[in-house]
Design a binder for this molecule. Structure first.
Ligand SMILES: Cc1ncc(COP(=O)(O)O)c(C=O)c1O
Ligand SMILES: N[C@@H](CCOP(=O)(O)O)C(=O)O
Length: 472
């Protein structure tokens, strides 16, 4: 399998290459040159497989010959062996039509673990083949940070620098990052928003002074391997609900458009998905883009669902590229315009093609609290604010026939957002035992001004140069 950049200029790479590269050198994002597909019979044969085996089957076409099927399966078994639920991503029914897919049974209590537990192992596997050293630079609005740190803390040949917006993540989220005191882990709180942090990370990939000295790598969903691993749970859920004979819809709380883009990939591979519902909070750029074609970023409003407080949504570029006819030059021009003006208009082709699968909805603070209350009072389920936004969208969009199950992705454990959950439902969820002593651990974090120069100097002063291991 070869991967090409959405901006058409970077060299095409194999799976190992894109995993280690993160962002393409032309500023674009890597996508498979063609979407691999499964026949209906092949999908039917996946029903009932244990999660790790399903993961290997779904991901092998993307991995190609970079890993044998046996080795990929071993890595999946290792990654998903750390989950606290035997089903890895269990499905729960709320009412006749509504379901939730619990993606938070990994070590750091959010859906990010599903991909990052595997990505940590992939880094180790590929780094063992040479003398490279990786300097991971990531941005987090709360959940990617802890999941990535858990996945790489203490690993050889890797340093991680994780930027979060100071004061804009929950206490649990912050402590899950800052209490990991391994010497290769560096937490940075910047003055600014997640979008500012993400822009700095992307800039570093195109800063020759940094990329010349350090092997800069990504753990955010700009890294293709993140999305690939997230495709699997769409298959897991749909198969349990009757696919490939029955269609299923998914409602996805969305920020950086990675999770829902993984659903799009599943559909491209042949999974019968009726609709993908893009659920946003009041930071609703994606809802506006999909409903009116206007992709224009405003300032970020902090909400009780902080992980979705995002206006510049990295993976939307992958969708625009695919829906716009895969024209790298046109994509580069469109993104250049967005970078300059923070606004772009979807073309008719992009809008029409996206509308064939995507619907969107926006939830404000009341919608979110009402969805949490309904789930608790009518169904006995305590949901986190992000999942509640997904559920609000799942219950409010029109046009999905009553016999199509609608699965909301439950992206975080409610205990990560205890204050917001308690305000809405009166229930204060307790932290699972596996993170139980979080509030007694020591924290380490450096606060920096929200400027690229401050962050780049901090990274350059602490990272291991790429040739320090001997390969020049
Ligand atoms: C709990 C939670 N829900 C939803 C999202 C949004 O997911 P995505 O950025 O893949 O759209 C995030 C962050 O990414 C998150 O941490
Ligand atoms: N919500 C995310 C933001 C980063 O998204 P990613 O999926 O691109 O890593 C977070 O919690 O950090």
């Amino acid at each position: 399998m070869k991967y090409v950049s959405t901006r058409g200029q970077a060299p095409s790479l194999d799976f190992q290459g894109v995993t280690l590269a993160g962002l393409a050198s032309d500023g674009g994002l890597y996508v498979p040159e063609v979407w691999p597909g499964f026949t209906t019979d092949e999908i039917a044969a996946m029903a009932g497989l244990p999660y790790a085996q399903l993961a290997q089957r779904v991901m092998q076409p993307f991995v190609g010959d970079c890993l044998t099927p046996e080795r990929l399966l071993q890595l999946c078994e290792q990654a998903y062996g750390r989950f606290a639920h035997a089903a890895v991503t269990p499905l729960k029914q709320l009412d006749e039509q509504q379901w939730v897919l619990e993606l938070f049974h990994g070590p750091t209590l959010a859906f990010k673990d599903v991909a990052l537990q595997l990505l940590g192992l992939l880094f180790e596997e590929f780094l063992a083949r040479g003398d490279d050293h990786l300097t991971i630079v990531g941005a987090t609005s709360g959940d990617t940070g802890s999941a990535a740190i858990d996945a790489v803390a203490g690993r050889a040949k890797v340093d991680i620098f994780m930027l979060h917006p100071h004061g804009r993540v929950s206490d649990v989220q912050r402590r899950q990052m800052t209490t990991v005191l391994a010497p290769n882990v560096h937490n940075i709180a910047i003055d600014g928003s997640f979008d500012d942090a993400q822009a700095m990370v992307k800039r570093m990939f195109n800063d020759a002074a940094m990329t010349g000295r350090f092997g800069i790598a990504a753990v955010n969903s700009i890294n293709w391997a993140r999305l690939m691993a997230q495709v699997v749970y769409y298959f897991a859920a749909a198969l349990q609900l009757g696919a490939p004979q029955r269609k299923v819809a998914f409602s996805v709380p969305t920020g950086n458009f990675g999770d829902v883009f993984a659903g799009y990939v599943a559909a491209k591979m042949g999974l019968p998905i009726e609709r993908l519902i893009v659920a946003t909070n009041v930071n609703d750029i994606l809802h506006r883009a999909l409903s009116t074609g206007d992709y224009s970023a405003g300032t970020v409003t902090p909400t009780a669902a902080p992980s979705m407080d995002i206006q510049v949504s990295s993976n939307f570029e992958r969708l625009l590229f695919d829906c716009g006819g895969r024209d790298g030059a046109a994509m580069a021009a469109q993104m250049q315009q967005f970078d300059a003006t923070k606004a772009l208009q979807l073309t008719n082709a992009q809008r029409e093609s996206a509308a064939a699968l995507f619907t969107s909805a926006r939830a404000d603070a009341d919608d979110m609290a009402n969805a949490m209350r309904w789930a608790h009072e009518a169904c006995g389920e305590v949901l986190d604010p992000h999942t509640a936004i997904g559920l609000h969208a799942a219950r409010s969009v029109v046009g999905i026939s009553a016999d199509v199950p609608v699965v909301t992705l439950a992206t975080a454990h409610p205990a990560k957002f205890r204050d917001a959950v308690e305000r809405a439902t009166g229930v204060r969820p307790s932290l699972p035992a596996r993170v139980g002593d979080l509030f007694t651990r020591e924290e380490a974090c450096t606060r920096l001004p929200g400027t690229y120069d401050a962050v780049a100097a901090f990274v350059a002063g602490r990272a291991t140069p790429r040739n320090a291991l001997g390969n020049g």
